[in-house]
Design a protein around this ligand. Structure first.
Ligand code: ARG
Length: 393
């Protein structure tokens, strides 16, 4: 009996060829497609896996878990790698790793496999996550090992008449899930070339945006729970905000990013829901978090983003920051009014039952309750070190 390997299978060229490649090397391949909210017909991809040579193919529905356990923690932390990238792909890898380990246990596999190349972050995320979840399980990386370029991979498939879906062939490398879309390769490899219109699928061109409008997003404990007064499950709130923001061209990100493996790479992302929701969530924190808590949370936000980007989802550090995040979100409940316009969104109103904003303290009009007499002494003491320093004694 051949040993079994559980392969993370997307239905694309590389992981399709990987089924045949691993089979030819004596493995019984169990292909697993994980639904994390990407579009496309995963059922037919799974059906195709067996004709590619898999001994078994499964579709695992993980969209709900992805949103609840990966996307919402990212939103609670306002997570943006290098201040811009909402971690779309970085969030799905640990979950896909978890599914691979579950299936590997279920079918008593000797190894698991992913379809990443050697140049990206995703290989690191898979292998570090798999190592954390199942330290003794072998991990294979056929695409990194086989040394074929794209044309050679297509030729490999053609020589064996593998049923590869060529209609989907795109000059770009695309990864998509419920939080957004990552687009790489093709003309985008020249960082001077503006992204052609055909790279975008979730966002309209900003010049085609409708008239500006306001949308009210409601949060409960840092989680989006309603849009314009309509109560929605978080996953549906994310979809609704994403569709609306996408129609304004909000959430397009074009950047040169620093990969963990040392390469600078030009990346285009579409994350309409993420960009709009982070703007709203961050704004609500402005009235519900204490100043010192907010300051520390901003610092941890960039740390959390780096930890997750760098593949350390399953780490004691990420767990510890998430414990901080959970505590911090207890009062992040309320509404934010976002003004959507071509290519951008701005919070223009916020309210909360836990608001720390006090109009009687802030006002310059009648009804002021601020203790002005305290201000003079406070200011003298606050400035005392500066005066002492200036006098040199
Ligand atoms: N650079 C991004 C990241 O490391 C996106 C990677 C997405 N992968 C892809 N095949 N397009 O998270």
């Amino acid at each position: 009996m051949s040993p079994k390997v559980v392969l993370a299978y997307s239905g694309g060229l590389d992981t399709s060829v990987a089924i045949a490649w691993l089979s030819e090397r004596g493995w019984d391949v169990v292909a697993v497609a994980v639904d994390v909210g990407q579009p496309g017909d995963l059922n037919s991809a799974v059906a195709r896996a067996e004709s590619l040579g898999a001994v078994e193919a499964r579709l695992v529905q993980a969209r709900h878990e992805f949103v609840e356990d990966y996307v919402l923690p990212a939103l609670k932390m306002n997570a943006l790698y290098q201040g811009r990238y909402p971690l779309v792909s970085a969030l799905s890898r640990p979950l896909i790793s978890k599914v691979l380990v579950d299936v590997a246990n279920d079918v008593d596999a000797a190894a698991v496999a992913h379809g990443c190349t050697g140049k990206g972050n995703d290989q690191v995320r898979f292998e570090v996550s798999l190592g954390a979840l199942a330290p003794d399980l072998d991990v294979l990386a056929p695409v990194r090992d086989w040394g074929m370029n794209r044309a050679e991979t297509i030729a490999f498939a053609a020589a064996r008449s593998l049923p590869i879906e060529t209609t989907k062939s795109s000059p770009y490398s695309i990864d998509e899930n419920a939080w957004g879309r990552s687009i790489e390769c093709g003309v985008l490899e020249d960082p001077w070339v503006a992204p052609p219109d055909d790279v975008f699928a979730l966002t309209a061109a900003p010049q085609d945006a409708p008239e500006p409008r306001d949308v009210v997003v409601s949060f409960d404990g840092g989680v989006p729970v309603a849009v314009d007064g309509e109560t929605l499950a978080p996953a549906n709130a994310i979809d609704a905000v994403g569709k609306l923001a996408g129609s304004y061209g909000i959430g397009r990100i074009d950047m040169v990013e620093d990969r963990l493996v040392g390469i600078k790479s030009r990346e285009v992302y579409e994350c309409p829901a993420g960009i709009a929701l982070i703007a709203a969530h961050q704004d609500l924190e402005g009235i519900t978090l204490d100043r010192d808590l907010a300051k520390e949370k901003r610092r941890l936000s960039s740390l959390w983003s780096e930890v997750v980007y760098d593949g350390l989802w399953f780490s004691p550090l990420r767990d510890a920051i998430d414990a901080f995040a959970a505590t911090s979100q207890a009062r992040v409940t309320g509404d934010v009014k976002l003004r959507l316009s071509a290519g951008g969104c701005l919070p223009v109103g916020r309210r909360s039952p836990y608001s720390l904003y006090s109009e009687t303290l802030a006002t310059y009009d009648d009804g002021d309750t601020f203790a002005h007499e305290d201000a003079a002494g406070f200011t003298r003491l606050w400035g005392l070190p500066a005066k002492t320093w200036a006098r040199g004694s």
